[in-house]
Design a protein around this ligand. Structure first.
Ligand code: LLP
Length: 421
């Protein structure tokens, strides 16, 4: 949880707005984002790279809410997208397709056509087959696709296996030793313009060494390719910069930048980064209310109104999110019980938990904030158990924007129909 969230008079606030008041007005569960926090984090990357031509392309997958994208578009951010859907979000939010890079292993023909028509800055290509398809689509539509090859540098990002992407046996990227030959093929193909190289070794990196090892390999590739007469104009290091969920101490953008800039200082190369989590994670909390306290054997449970369908990360990755009370003091007349609680939701799965073994003093009706939930929270939500998605609220010091209204049950089956007759 970033500095924009703090206790005032014993109540947790976001940019000076009481989370108790937000819960009273908008109900729970609700996502709450701080605009200032998003802006501060994005500027941290942008200013750290000052001095070298660069573009910070926010990874839309981390949080694609239109208001969040709008905040970033107004700062002049670029975007990293992985689907035509994310492209439409960027455009709808006022983002610039000319600053948007299209990544992902499975781009369809239709997605390529749409991206070319919108004028995206370029494509991060992940296989020879994709390169061929892209050349064919660009030629057929009379356009030119700017291409960056996503190479797999075969370094161990030392993060959770589900979010590690830079090792050889991963589905992502092109093995780095096969890249020079593919650049030669690409440079001879119609409809393509070779622009750069990219990599992404994993997410929630808390150590800078793997990223730098990847960078060194990528820069060596730039030289190899140059020797063959092909000039690469940019290096895109992807995203993956970690945040503090519990006790991690990830490097600040400035530290990353110093080491990265040292390596490219004498080169005529534009630097691209695709941070997602580090821009939005700490800018968001999930507000939830305790429905019941119960005890099964030795275990204490706090059953809350948010669940794995709202925030999947604990169930999927055993991820840790701090869980804190919104109000430090119990309301008058209410007695809280202190225990080590498993904070669980109403969904019918044993993996439906937001946190386990949390020492908290709780009473039914209490509000809790699940911290650092701005990235890969709402976007990974589902309607499992016919649960409407929570609203997303953006506070910005002057007020609160309902950036997404709460879904209704009618929303859930709007696209469905009964049998005919
Ligand atoms: N660029 C590429 C090519 C990526 O695959 C990703 C994330 C990013 C950028 C942004 O990475 P970030 O800076 O956000 O770490 N759902 C998981 C994270 C999956 C990340 C997938 N790729 C989670 O909740 O931890």
């Amino acid at each position: 949880m970033n500095d924009e969230f703090d206790y005032r008079g014993g109540v947790l606030h976001a940019e000076g707005v009481s989370l108790e008041a937000l819960a009273a007005e908008h109900g729970t569960p609700s996502y709450v984002y701080s605009r200032a926090s998003i802006e501060r984090a994005w500027r941290g990357f942008d200013s750290a790279l000052a001095g070298q031509p660069h573009l910070v392309c926010y990874a839309v997958k981390a949080n694609g809410n239109l208001a969040v994208l709008d905040v970033l578009a107004r700062l002049g951010s670029g975007f990293d997208i992985v689907s035509a859907g994310e492209l439409e979000r960027v455009i709808a939010a006022g983002g610039d397709p000319g600053k948007t890079v299209f990544a992902g292993v499975g781009k369809s023909r239709a997605e390529m056509e749409r991206a070319l028509a919108a004028g995206v800055r370029g494509f991060n290509v992940e296989s020879p087959a994709e390169l061929e398809r892209l050349a064919a689509v660009a030629t057929a539509t009379g356009t030119t696709a700017r291409v960056s090859l996503r190479v797999n540098p075969d370094v161990d990002a030392r993060t959770h296996p589900y979010i590690s992407t830079g090792l050889r046996d991963n589905k992502f990227g092109i093995p780095i030793d096969e890249a020079p030959a593919l650049y030669e093929v690409a440079s001879r193909m119609g409809g393509l313009e070779v622009a750069g190289v990219d990599c992404h070794i994993g997410s929630q990196l808390t150590d800078i060494a793997p990223l730098l090892a990847a960078m060194d390999r990528v820069l060596a590739l730039v030289d190899t390719v140059a020797a063959a007469g092909i000039r690469l104009h940019h290096v895109n290091l992807g995203g993956g910069m970690g945040v503090r969920y519990r006790d991690e101490s990830p490097p600040e953008p400035r530290r990353y930048a110093r080491e990265i800039l040292d390596r490219v200082a004498s080169r005529d190369l534009e630097l691209l980064l695709e941070p997602g989590r580090a821009v939005v994670a700490g800018a968001g909390v999930l507000l939830t209310r305790v429905e019941y306290l119960k005890r099964n054997g030795d275990r204490h449970f706090a059953v809350v109104d948010a669940a794995m369908n709202d925030l999947l990360r604990p169930a999927l990755y055993s991820a840790w999110h701090d869980i804190v009370p919104v109000s430090l003091a119990a309301p008058t007349g209410v007695v809280r019980a202190e225990a080590e609680y498993d904070v669980v939701g109403p969904v019918c799965e044993s993996s439906d938990f937001l946190g386990k073994g949390r020492r908290l003093a709780l009473a039914a009706g209490d509000l809790l904030a699940v911290c650092t939930a701005g990235a890969y929270g709402a976007v990974m939500g589902s309607n499992y158990n016919a649960r409407p998605r929570p609203p997303e609220l953006l506070v910005d010091g002057t007020g609160t924007l309902v950036a997404r209204r709460r879904e209704t049950v009618a929303d859930l089956f709007r696209l469905e129909r009964r049998l005919p007759g």
